[in-house]
Design a protein around this ligand. Structure first.
Ligand code: FNR
Length: 387
């Protein structure tokens, strides 16, 4: 790596390996609106800051004279062995960052053996993403419509197309107050919608026609609005309704957006298989506590009953070690590879994720950790300062 740079010259787009420069590099590559959408957060971005500060408050205590020459990053989640504990977090409308979009990222995820979590807000259909993912591991993220028929149609398509695990996002039943998007009057769905998940859903198409008298193609802006209303209705579901999903999805079921230990306990009571401790990367409730800050309490409450996954604010290999040490079994990565996608298409997304994997591997070795089980609670300590 050091002799040649991360990649040999002219073979891949140069995506910076400095996590503190990645956002600025993406800003240069992206349109102002696309950049605002990915880099922006809710409110004054206080929760985005809190996510990073939470990582700074936990420190690794490296161990010496251990044989960590060969590290083993393999991890088992829901009975499935993966090459590492990292996952591609679900990110919508990837075509606004690069024309490679979701099929491009799904294909490089398969090459890396890292699970690709496909968003309901994708700019390509479930079928197209599955084809690009091929034999790669893939999960499906649901923005949960109130219409049961549309929900069942999405679940059936996900099942038929080899998505093993269902991740239901709870924190985005309405879009947050996001100033960077509001100031740009930006509706991300309007661009690159042709083949989007919703537009390609036969049940949505039929219902849209019944309600409006029009085909989706007749007025894509109006149809985009209708689809957005379907998944971001402004009305939350109830805990009791989780039973409906449990009844209709026989694979692993995961609730994403859990922040409070009491909600984690409720999730367990509803019979789900996993939760993602997440505040949506600081994009929903601004002022919410840093995601990592809540992880230990939640693991203490339910860690032996359910698989706890984590996201929000992960930028480096040591961030992954900290989340794993505090009890997460898997770590979802959001913005970093999305910035890579904007900078250099799917090769850029691959470079960003590969860099994070290499950083995790190298950092584990230097900390004296040989395998994922070695990322244990005794390897980290909370400090008063946040340097
Ligand atoms: C997201 N996220 C998200 N989550 C989800 O469940 N469905 C989605 O469609 C999206 N879309 C989306 C778009 C963009 C541009 C971003 C940045 C994020 C949230 C995502 O899955 C994850 O929770 C956060 O990105 C994690 O935080 P970091 O890694 O970005 O700090």
């Amino acid at each position: 790596i050091y002799a040649q740079g991360t990649f040999p010259p002219n073979t891949l787009p140069t995506v910076t390996t400095d996590p503190n420069k990645l956002e600025a590099q993406a800003e240069k590559a992206l349109s102002a609106r696309s950049y605002a959408y990915v880099a922006g957060g809710a409110g004054e971005r206080a929760t985005m800051d809190a996510n990073r500060l939470a990582f700074r408050q936990w420190k690794i205590i490296p161990r010496m004279l251990r044989d960590t020459t060969h590290r083993d990053l393999r991890t088992t989640i829901f009975g499935q062995q993966y090459d590492s504990p990292l996952l591609f977090a679900p990110i919508g409308v990837q075509s606004i960052f690069h024309e490679d979009g979701e099929p491009g990222v799904a294909s490089i995820a398969a090459e890396l053996g890292v699970p690709y979590i496909m968003s309901t807000a994708s700019s390509h259909s479930i079928e197209a993403v599955a084809a690009a993912s091929g034999a790669g591991p893939r999960w499906f993220q649901l923005y949960w419509p109130h219409d049961e028929e549309i929900t069942l149609s999405l679940l059936a398509r996900a099942k038929e197309n080899g998505f093993s695990t269902l991740v239901v996002t709870l924190d985005t039943w309405a879009l947050a107050w996001r100033p960077w998007d509001l100031d740009g009057a930006y509706v991300p769905f309007i661009k690159g919608v042709g083949d989007a998940v919703g537009f390609s859903d036969p049940v949505f198409r039929r219902k849209y026609k019944e309600a409006s008298g029009k085909e989706v193609e007749d007025d894509v802006v109006a149809a985009a609005y209708a689809w957005t209303q379907t998944v971001f209705s402004g009305r939350a579901h109830s805990w009791a309704e989780v039973d409906f999903l449990r009844k209709h999805w026989d694979g692993p079921l995961v609730l994403k957006g859990i922040q409070h230990p009491a909600d984690a306990r409720e999730a367990v009571a509803r019979g789900v298989d996993g939760i993602v401790v997440s505040n949506h990367g600081g994009r929903q409730c601004d002022g919410a506590i840093g995601s990592l800050t809540m992880l230990p309490e939640i693991v203490e409450a339910v860690g032996d009953k359910v698989t706890v996954l984590f996201d929000s604010g992960v930028r480096t290999g040591v961030d992954c070690i900290k989340a794993l040490a505090l009890g997460a079994k898997g770590v979802l990565v959001g913005r970093p590879w999305c910035y890579g996608l904007g900078i250099g298409g799917k090769a850029g997304a691959k470079a960003a994720m590969q860099g994070l994997l290499a950083d995790l591997d190298q950092s584990m070795g230097l900390a004296g950790i040989r395998d994922i089980a070695g990322c244990s609670r005794e390897m980290v300590r909370k400090v008063e300062y946040a340097g």
